[in-house]
Design a protein around this ligand. Structure first.
Ligand SMILES: C[S@@+](CC[C@H](N)C(=O)[O-])C[C@H]1O[C@@H](n2cnc3c(N)ncnc32)[C@H](O)[C@@H]1O
Length: 218
C-alpha cells in the first residue's frame, strides 16, 4: 500500500521552510499528491521559498512522478517593500528586487528533492499560454488579486484532467477572514465542471467531473 504520511525528516524540513502553508494543509497537499502523481504531473502556481513544494516533492519521492513549481520569484504585491509580508532577507542585493529563487533552490536541495521538483521561472500567464500537458493535480497559490488568481485558474485549470484535482489556497468565504479572489476562483470552478471533495482551513480541493484536459474552463 502507498505510504501517505511524510517521513519525519522531510516533514521537519517542510515545517521549517519559509512560506505560507499551515502544517495540516501541507500534509493534506502531500496526501493528494501521493494519490494523484501516478496519473500524471502535479503543477503548483506560487513557489515562493519552496514550502508547499517540499510537501508535494516528498510525495513524488515516495511514489514517483514530477512536480512543476511555477513562479516569477519576484513575490506578490504583499511581499514588496512596505507591505505586510515583505521579508528584507529575500531582496536581491544587486538589483534591490525580491528574489526568492535562491531560497527556493536551497529549500529543495536541503530536502533532497531537486530531482522531483522542477522550478519553472516566469510569469504564470506566459507559461500557461504554452502549457499542454494534462495535470493530475493543480495547486493554485500564486498572485491573490482577481487578475492573477483568475488567470491561473483559466490558464492552468483547463489542463486538469477529468477525474483529477485542483486545490485552491486561501479560500475565505467571509471577507473578514481574507481577500476574496481565491474564493471567487473556487466559486467559478464549482460552476464550471468541478465539484468539492475536501476542505481544510483555507484549502479547498475540487475534482474535475466535466470536460477534458485542454477544454477551457469558465
Ligand atoms: C502565497 S506565495 C506562495 C506560497 C507557497 N506556495 C508556500 O507554500 O509558501 C505566492 C507566490 O506567487 C508568485 N506570483 C504572484 N503572481 C505571479 C504571477 N503572475 N506569475 C508567477 N508567479 C506569481 C509570487 O512571486 C509568490 O512567490
Amino acid at each position: 500500500m502507498t505510504a501517505v504520511t511524510m517521513p519525519a525528516d522531510l516533514l521537519a524540513k517542510a515545517r521549517a521552510a519559509k512560506g505560507f502553508m499551515p502544517d495540516d494543509e501541507g500534509e493534506l497537499l502531500h496526501r493528494l499528491a501521493v494519490e494523484r502523481l501516478p496519473h500524471g504531473p502535479v503543477l503548483e502556481v506560487g513557489a515562493y521559498c519552496g514550502k508547499s513544494a517540499v510537501y508535494l516533492g516528498a510525495a513524488a519521492l515516495a511514489v514517483g512522478g514530477t512536480v512543476f513549481s511555477v513562479d516569477h520569484f519576484r513575490g506578490s504585491e504583499e511581499n514588496q517593500v512596505g507591505w505586510e509580508y515583505h521579508d528584507p532577507d529575500l531582496a536581491d542585493p544587486v538589483f534591490g528586487r525580491l528574489d526568492t529563487l535562491p531560497t527556493f533552490r536551497r529549500t529543495l536541495a536541503d530536502a533532497g528533492l531537486e530531482e522531483q521538483v522542477v522550478a519553472v521561472v516566469g510569469r504564470s500567464t506566459v507559461i500557461s499560454a504554452h502549457w499542454r500537458t494534462p495535470l493530475s493535480l493543480l495547486f493554485v497559490d500564486g498572485g491573490h488579486t482577481d487578475e492573477h488568481a483568475g488567470n491561473d485558474y483559466t490558464g492552468f485549470g483547463r489542463w486538469v484532467a477529468r477525474g483529477a484535482l485542483m486545490a485552491v489556497h486561501d479560500v475565505f468565504p467571509d471577507p473578514a477572514d481574507g481577500g476574496q479572489a481565491p474564493y471567487r476562483v473556487y466559486r467559478r470552478a464549482l460552476a464550471s465542471g468541478f465539484e468539492e471533495v475536501d476542505a481544510l482551513g483555507s484549502l479547498r480541493v475540487l475534482r474535475r467531473v466535466a470536460g477534458d484536459a485542454g477544454d477551457p474552463v469558465d
